[in-house]
Design a protein around this ligand. Structure first.
Ligand SMILES: Cc1ncc(COP(=O)(O)O)c(C=O)c1O
Length: 401
């Protein structure tokens, strides 16, 4: 128990001052995912924390990577990414969303969506600019905005349905607002922004001459509703920077192949910082993902099909255990509102769950800039084999009994 107390204390000071760290990055500490994954190892827990599948993506894509390595495609690829992948990304967006992009000037391959986001924010923001983000939000946004010397302005998504106040969004836009960052399908809530919400965001962006950065890494993991592509809305193509990656679509999260799609001047600006961050990455994996995106293979549906049974199993079990799973339309995640089962905050609950039940989840409060009102949400990942979910559920059953 003493050890548990110490770890909670350590986690609660994650935002405290670090001696050598630049003032821009003070408070970011170690990501919760590293901390909780380490805890999962130490406590021999089933890890439903970090969002990565515990199985491989399509064999055909893995074989294409092996073939690329064996055939010597192992040196630096071109700065913007290999041409077949840029062409495949452009074709994918045309086939799925009806928007045509020039693969030479309007597509940039990056080291995952993470680098796409970082280079977009670093390239396009001035010091002191503001970016509207929907919170809770994926943790890299606020850190990358801070690296650019800018400020994140949060708009809250309210559980259990994760809707937001249009008026608050409107009034959050001021003279320093440069961009709105929209993640749909949304991590950590599982929300898929609907047509009306995206239309309002588009309207505000046009009215206020803002850029919109979309993070669509879960675009093919929608279980209820439809994924709408914001760049396809009237007047949005020229001001939208659409970011996605192969990680979730093909269940190869460790390959880190992502992309940015936008009009040529935006891509040229984004490339300027990208070339000094990684320059390039993953040559053989770029070839493999180009293969995976070939439309006739129809592989973009595979991950969703593989996830369905685990998703149903986990959500059903959390419901039976009266942990109050909230609606989740897409992604790898479901959030529970634990306020009716415990007065503890989610961090304490998650630490106790790891130590006593042997199951790791993420306290969703870490995804908020202002944590007030978020202390009772816990995020579980269902991107694991059904046998693993079964094991987690049986541990939780005994623990909560
Ligand atoms: C919303 C969101 N954006 C971006 C990423 C990172 O994507 P990548 O692995 O392609 O860098 C993740 C990964 O979990 C995510 O959940």
């Amino acid at each position: 128990m003493r050890r548990l107390g110490l770890t909670i204390a350590k986690l609660k000071t994650m935002r405290s001052r670090q001696r050598y760290l630049s003032s821009r990055l003070q408070g970011f500490g170690t990501t919760i995912f590293a901390t909780m994954s380490q805890l999962a190892i130490e406590t021999n827990s089933v890890n439903l924390g970090q969002g990565f599948p515990d199985y491989d993506g399509p064999e055909l894509i893995a074989e294409a990577a092996i073939a690329a390595i064996r055939s010597g495609l192992n040196q630096y690829p071109p700065g913007p990414g290999i041409e077949p992948l840029r062409r495949a990304v452009a074709l994918h967006n045309q086939e799925h969303y009806g928007v045509i992009y020039d693969p030479t000037t309007e597509v940039l391959i990056t080291a995952g969506a993470t680098e796409a986001l970082a280079s977009t924010l670093i390239s396009l923001l001035e010091v002191g600019d503001e970016v509207v983000v929907f919170e809770p939000c994926y943790d890299s946004y606020v850190a990358s905005i801070a690296m650019a010397g800018a400020r994140a302005v949060p708009i809250r998504l309210n559980g259990p349905n994760w809707d937001f106040d249009f008026e608050k969004l409107r009034s959050s836009i001021g003279p320093r607002t440069r961009a709105i960052l929209v993640n749909t399908p949304h991590n950590p809530t599982g929300k898929v922004f609907d047509f009306e919400e995206l239309s309002e965001i588009a309207r505000l962006a046009i009215e206020n001459d803002l850029l919109v950065i979309t993070d669509e890494v879960y675009e093919h993991l929608v279980f209820e509703g439809t994924h709408h592509y914001l760049a396809s809305f009237d007047g949005m193509r020229e001001r939208t920077i659409s970011i996605s990656s192969a990680a979730k679509t093909f269940s190869f999260t460790g390959w880190k192949i992502g992309w940015v799609v936008a009009q040529p001047e935006l891509i040229a600006a984004i490339r300027t910082s990208k070339q000094f961050l990684t320059y390039v990455n993953g040559a053989p994996f770029q070839h493999a993902i180009a293969k995976g995106l070939e439309p006739e293979l129809d592989l973009t549906r595979e991950a969703k099909l593989a996830l369905g049974p685990s998703r149903d199993l986990l959500i059903g079990a959390l419901d039976q255990l009266e942990l109050n799973p909230m609606p989740t339309a897409g992604t790898y995640f479901v959030n529970c509102d634990i306020s009716s089962v415990t007065k503890e905050d989610a961090l304490t609950f998650c630490m106790r769950m790891a130590n006593e039940a042997g199951v790791v989840a993420i306290p969703s409060s870490v995804f908020y800039l202002d944590r007030e009102g978020s202390e009772h949400y816990v995020r579980f990942a269902f991107c694991k084999r059904t046998s693993v979910i079964d094991e987690a559920v049986s541990r939780l059953e005994s623990w909560l009994d």
